[in-house]
Ligand binder design. Structure first.
Ligand SMILES: Nc1nc2c(ncn2[C@@H]2O[C@H](COP(=O)(O)OP(=O)(O)OP(=O)(O)O)[C@@H](O)[C@H]2O)c(=O)[nH]1
Ligand SMILES: [Mg+2]
Length: 443
């Protein structure tokens, strides 16, 4: 028999309310015992409950209980929910009382959702969407996660999988009845559908990793010559003194990372050491790290004193289509830098007076939105999806060139299985641990 699991599903508190969940065959008995041996409340109705410790027969808390008989519950099993006061002692008492119930054990991370998946309540992409929703820190992350949890991505993959299964059936029929010639027009139609799928999957994959970036945050490196005002700009954007600012060139040595919410989008801003011939070995290491980070970043903000023509010429190799040029210190005099190199935009600003900062921020936000903003089509959000889709694509392409229907059918089977692994339609056991281990306990 399956274990009955319990967990604190809300945060660690203290809080006004804490929510405990119990899922599995013993949850009805637990609910009844904690409410003083009463009959189970009406299904899916919140009822006020004088909760007791059944062992000691003494009051535990004045709370609310909800009874969700399976299969109409989150996990698909019988499930009871207790809302109690979110104080540390109340929560500890609840955990003690639940642990003492026969047949109950503490849930593992993600176990309620794992059971929901096993009960067919959701596919794996939806389960991942729920994990992302719990982890979402910005508005755009929340929107992407809601769409995935609601099944948008899973439906896209399922629709592709259905097409594949259809195509496969034609080949299978031909293999099972070899005497029947596969009519030319059917073969053509199957080839046409597979080509369409190859095209769709290829375009879906060719998205500059926007869904994955939105989950994890866009990496932006602030680089440039010493004393240009890189750290000043970081502090201004982060609205706090994250990095030391001084008039001495070569102040910043380590890379300083600040996670930010930029108009709803998650970004990781990195301030770096000023690029120059280093004065000592520590600075040299700082410059090496700065270059490394600049190369790895999704976007670069090149900050230069607007009057420093010579500095710009030296840093010109850092300008490309992923670089935003920021000419700082316009309060000190006329901008001398002119450029026709391809870049994402040029902004003349003064961190000191605030001049041009709003326009720069608007521009930066637009660029970030363009890189990771939500599109009409759902985006794949995990390397796991990408790997499976690449495997699928490869098998589909092979099937188009297969010399025999038997071989084509085998390739289509592999392609179907690769797609199925994303939503969890086949071979999932080994995947489950990987996916559900990132959940918190109680979900
Ligand atoms: N006048 C003026 N001074 C500025 C402006 N922005 C920064 N500064 C000053 O320029 C100096 C250097 O600023 P930082 O932010 O430390 O420069 P940095 O690019 O981080 O320098 P390193 O870390 O040494 O590479 C400081 O004295 C700042 O106060 C500006 O817009 N106008
Ligand atoms: Mg600095």
């Amino acid at each position: 028999m399956v274990d009955t699991i319990y967990a604190l599903s809300s945060g660690p508190g203290p809080a006004g309310i804490a929510v405990f969940r119990v899922s599995g065959p013993e949850s009805g008995a637990a609910l009844s015992a904690l409410t003083g041996g009463n009959r189970l409340p009406a299904a899916r109705r919140a009822v006020r409950a004088a909760l007791i410790d059944p062992e000691e027969d003494c009051p535990l808390d004045d709370g609310v209980a909800i009874w969700f008989p399976g299969p109409n519950s989150y996990s698909g099993e019988d499930l009871a929910e207790f809302h109690v006061h979110g104080g540390p002692a109340v929560m500890a008492a609840m955990l003690r009382v639940l642990a003492a119930r026969p047949g109950l054990r503490l849930a593992e991370p993600g176990e309620f959702t794992r059971r929901a998946f096993l009960a067919g309540k959701m596919d794996l992409t939806e389960a991942e969407g729920i994990a992302d929703l719990i982890a979402a820190e910005t508005e755009a992350q929340r929107r992407q996660a809601v769409r995935q949890a609601e099944g948008e991505l899973g439906r896209l993959y399922d629709s592709w999988r259905e097409k594949l299964v259809g195509a496969m059936a034609h080949y299978e029929a031909h293999i099972d009845f070899p005497d029947e010639e596969l009519p030319e027009e059917i073969l053509q139609q199957v080839t046409h559908e597979i080509s369409w799928l190859v095209d769709s999957i290829f375009r879906h994959l060719d998205d500059s990793h926007r869904g994955e970036r939105l989950r994890q945050g866009l990496d932006i490196a602030i680089v440039g010559p010493p004393n240009a005002g890189k750290s000043s700009l970081l502090n201004r954007l982060a609205r706090r003194d994250a990095a030391i600012v001084s008039e001495r060139a070569g102040t910043t040595r380590d890379v300083i990372d600040v996670a930010m919410d930029l108009g709803g989008y998650p970004v990781m801003l990195a301030d770096t050491a000023g690029l120059r011939e280093a004065a000592d070995s520590i600075e040299e290491e700082g410059v090496r790290r700065a270059r490394q980070r600049a190369e790895a970043a999704d976007l670069r903000i090149l900050v230069i004193d607007g009057r420093d023509e010579a500095g710009f010429r030296k840093a010109a190799d850092l300008v490309d289509e992923s670089t935003i040029l920021v000419l700082n210190k316009v309060d000190l005099g006329k901008v001398a830098i002119v450029t026709d190199r391809p870049n994402l935009g040029v902004y003349a600003i003064s961190v000191r007076t605030g001049e041009g900062i709003d326009a720069f921020l608007d521009g930066l936000e637009a660029i970030v939105r363009d890189r990771i903003g939500l599109a009409g089509q759902p985006a794949l959000t995990r390397a796991r999806h990408r790997e499976a889709l690449e495997g699928c694509l490869e098998a589909l392409r092979r099937s188009l060139e297969a010399p025999l229907p038997e071989l084509a059918a085998e390739d289509l089977r592999l392609a179907t299985r690769a797609l199925g692994r994303i939503t969890g339609r086949v071979d999932v056991e080994d995947l489950l641990d990987v996916i559900f281990r990132d959940f918190c306990i109680g979900k």
